[in-house]
Write a new protein. Structure first.
Length: 238
């Protein structure tokens, strides 16, 4: 079980409030996409979920337990970023095992978990390579592998595909969805791309200027937008 509840969450940087009271309920195993224009607060919200940013007001709970003050390392959450900087001097195996090593996991366990994750992501034959010897898509899979090895309850993705070319982006959408079908981990995926949101989400959260405009299934938002912002944003390609 890993339901995530965001209730009345606000965020201010100094005197400027950028998230103005957001409520989002995420069911266990759901794939939720936060979508909205650049600057609307998607990354800030995700960083609060991860514990990388403090919460000014409101609560975030995981499985009913308020985590506002729980440090990132203890949250059982893994995050994949847009700039998924791999360690250039480490092999794929070491990149994937590094977080387990930091946590003091025994060598045999690191070995087992990295190999399991590599099998899932089709990286078996690339474990000895270094990042510079990989294609863009392979690097992206290593970045996901680093998240999977920890077997987190919740996956967070912040625009993971925006540095890839259009063709690879489409292929990786399918891969990430297939991965979710397999692992069934609760996932919060951030993008500014409405096509990505429409094709990937179980549930879409449309954000605008630090507020939630509408939450619903892709077709629901398309067919019955609550307001002009949602209609315009979901209805027109990026
Ligand atoms: P998005 O990810 O949707 O593009 P962000 O969450 O990055 O939006 O940013 C939301 C707003 O918060 C923006 O106005 C941004 O300038 C502001 N912001 C983000 N991080 C900081 C920070 N560390 N200090 C001050 N303002 C910030
Ligand atoms: Mg962002």
């Amino acid at each position: 079980m890993a339901a995530v509840d965001i209730v009345g969450v606000r965020k201010a940087f100094g005197a400027t409030e950028v998230i103005h009271g957001v409520d989002i309920a995420i069911a266990d195993g759901q794939f939720v996409v936060l979508v909205g224009p650049s600057g609307c607060g998607k990354s800030t919200l995700l960083r609060m979920l991860a514990g990388l940013e403090s919460i000014t007001d409101g609560t975030i709970s995981i499985d009913g337990k308020v985590v506002n003050l729980v440090p990132p390392k203890e949250r059982d959450i893994a995050m994949v970023f847009q700039n998924y900087a791999l360690y250039p001097h480490m092999s794929v195996f070491d990149n994937m095992g590094f977080s387990l090593k930091l946590r003091g996991a025994p060598k045999a366990e690191i070995d087992r978990r990295v190999k399991e994750a590599a099998a899932i992501l089709d990286l078996d034959r690339l474990l000895e390579r270094f990042p510079r010897q990989l294609s863009g898509g392979q690097r992206q899979r290593v970045a996901m592998g680093r998240a999977i090895v920890r077997d987190p309850k919740v996956f967070l993705f912040d625009e993971p595909l925006s540095n890839l070319d259009a063709k690879l982006r489409v292929a990786m959408r399918t891969e990430i969805r297939a991965l979710h079908q397999r692992l069934r981990s609760t996932t919060v995926y951030v993008t500014h791309d409405q096509i990505e949101a429409m094709t990937m989400a179980d549930k879409i959260v449309v954000m605008h200027d630090g507020r939630v405009e509408q939450i619903g299934e892709p077709l629901e938002l398309y067919d019955r937008p609550d307001n002009l912002f949602v209609a315009g944003f979901i209805g027109s390609p990026a």
